[in-house]
Design a binder for this molecule. Structure first.
Ligand code: 8YV
Length: 316
């Protein structure tokens, strides 16, 4: 039997790439330019499956170059870089990897929350720089309490709910803001995000990205969060008005921020590098050995299901 022909837009994990190469004929998509055009001109009409990721995405222009495309399998839960409507218009199912990463992303939200509140990275820098033993001594500043504090969650999908569950272990009061109240959830719903920010000690962003949430956390929301409040973002950089956030942090009008994602990542505003009231991570919320392996397996399982004539395990 001939193997189905795939286009792979991005390398995933060595094991997953090996499994793809074993079960399929794989063409790697070169970066935009003449090489890509040549590959698509030569092989575009053979390709029936596209492997991509939340980072690499796909657009309608690429689909136009793949006239026999039947299935897409994406590594990641985010859909903001995937033109799902364009795929739906062509009746192409889009697989993605929700659920398997929920716990690790929620764990990292708490890691960031504790890091900024208790000044953990700053304390690490203080010890390494020898400031603990310095004479005369330089006192390490106090952090802020997490247990029993008020947590506002922006977006109460799977990840937001997992963050809320973790908050119960810290005896936190939890409220959330979303487009509409979540069904079967006992938490208090905040229809106005600025009101939630005014109330909260910690505001964690866990909503999806894309045009509908762009700059949802704007200057007004940051002002409402104020010097008593901390912003944590494990969702998408685009949800926060980054320029307004940088200004608020520089002017000390916000307690602090802990960020795994950025508007133009991997570019991070250099103004943030000099500030102690911010914790910066390189988009690692799902990056554990276990979770990345599970995400890779789901990419394979979604493809295998499709080529066996079954519905995808998880389709967008
Ligand atoms: C990954 C993510 O970094 O799942 C997502 O949407 O943003 C992360 O888990 C990403 O999928 C890697 O491409």
């Amino acid at each position: 039997m001939t193997k189905p022909v795939l286009l792979q837009a991005i390398g995933l994990l060595p094991d997953v790439d090996r499994a793809l190469a074993e079960h399929y004929t794989v063409h790697r998509l070169p970066p935009a330019g003449p090489e890509r055009d040549a590959l698509l001109a030569r092989h575009g009409h053979e390709i029936t499956g596209l492997v991509t990721s939340a980072r690499a995405g796909f657009d309608a222009a690429l689909l136009d170059r793949l006239p026999r495309l039947q299935v897409i399998s994406s590594f990641g839960v985010g859909l903001d870089t995937l033109d799902v409507p364009a795929a739906k218009a062509r009746a192409i199912p889009v697989g993605y990897t929700p659920d398997v990463l929920t716990d690790c992303v929620a764990d990292l939200a708490f890691g960031l929350l504790l890091s900024i509140a208790r000044r953990i990275p700053e304390g690490d820098r203080y010890v390494r720089a020898g400031r603990w033993t310095q004479q005369p001594p330089v006192a390490f500043p106090f952090g802020r309490r997490v247990s029993g504090a008020r947590l506002g969650i922006v977006g109460l999908g799977r990840i937001g709910q997992a963050i809320a569950r973790r908050a119960t272990g810290f005896d936190m009061a939890v409220r959330y803001h979303a487009r509409r109240p979540a069904e079967g959830v006992a938490l208090e719903f905040a229809p106005q995000l600025t009101e939630l920010a005014r109330w909260a000690d910690y505001l964690v962003v866990s909503t999806s990205g894309g045009p509908s949430t762009r700059h949802l956390v704007d200057a007004q929301v940051l002002e409402a969060l104020g010097t008593k409040g901390f912003l944590v973002n494990i969702a998408r950089g685009t949800v926060v008005d980054e320029a307004a956030l940088v200004r608020a942090l520089q002017d000390k009008r916000l307690g602090g921020a802990a960020l795994d994602v950025f508007e133009r990542e991997p570019e991070v505003p250099p103004a943030l590098f000099a500030l102690d009231n911010v914790v910066l991570l390189p988009h690692i919320a799902s990056a554990t050995v276990e979770t990345r392996a599970a995400m890779g397996q789901r990419v394979l399982d979604n493809l295998a299901a499709f080529y066996a004539g079954q519905p995808l395990v998880t389709a967008a």
